[in-house]
Design a protein around this ligand. Structure first.
Ligand code: TYD
Length: 210
């Protein structure tokens, strides 16, 4: 009898400017070239509905934190039921550029929405579902901050103009989340060259899910 094909859900987290999107793309290319069924997505976003919400979030810089977290979790519900679950049950490796750890850090730690409220929403949206593996990309705040302040593109968002202090709160927030979820989270020093960072990610990936 055929067993259910269950894929793997890999998330990338970290402060803005640490090179998440680049590593997501590099990992996608590598796994695809090795013949794995692999799908890349992102949060907020990943569905038409959730991408609309992403646009709203990016345009507003004075949103009430409760409205913000509700919008993020509405987007996440759409992403979860329309993309993540179906792709995993088809056996794909799904790689998401951010997931709910970002809510714990940006809305929880930075905007002081209680962790209890966030975990209640998390449970409403996906029950006990967790990523199989989370890469927390880490580098000194000064380096990441410099990278984002050099960005002048249309993707620049409200967080890209963050102070060094807030960057450090975000960085330490992700390190704390990685500690709490140590069974699935791996901290990757992302300061080095892109290829070296990818190498560390691949090594850790093969160790974790082989
Ligand atoms: P990001 O993923 O870094 O993409 P870009 O490269 O376009 O800046 O941007 C998404 C922003 O959304 C990021 O600054 C963090 C924020 N965010 C939250 O505040 N909470 C969340 O739950 C998620 C997923 C993202």
């Amino acid at each position: 009898m055929l067993k259910n094909k269950i894929g793997k859900f890999i998330t990338f987290e970290g402060a803005d400017g640490v090179g998440k999107s680049t590593q997501v793309q590099l990992l996608f290319n590598q796994l695809k070239s090795e013949g794995y069924p692999v799908y890349v997505t992102r949060e907020p976003g990943g569905t038409v509905f959730a991408e609309h919400i992403r646009k709203i979030l990016k345009e507003q810089n004075t949103l009430d934190p409760i409205i913000e977290i509700l919008l993020i979790f509405a987007a996440r519900r759409s992403h979860f039921i329309e993309v993540i679950k179906p792709m995993l049950s088809k056996g794909y490796i799904v790689i998401s550029d951010r997931f709910y750890d970002s809510s714990l850090v940006y809305q929880g730690i930075l905007k002081e929405v209680s962790i209890e409220k966030i975990m209640t929403l998390k449970y409403m949206v996906m029950k006990d579902f967790e990523p199989d593996l989370t890469f927390v990309l880490d580098m000194p705040a000064e380096t990441a901050h410099l990278r984002t302040s050099l960005r002048h593109d249309k993707n620049k968002d409200i967080y890209d103009d963050m102070s060094i202090d807030n960057y450090n709160r975000v960085r330490n927030g992700f390190l704390k989340v990685a500690q709490i979820f140590s069974s699935r989270a791996v901290v990757i020093n992302a300061s080095g060259r892109q290829e070296m960072v990818l190498k560390k990610i691949l090594k850790s990936l093969k160790e974790s899910i082989s």
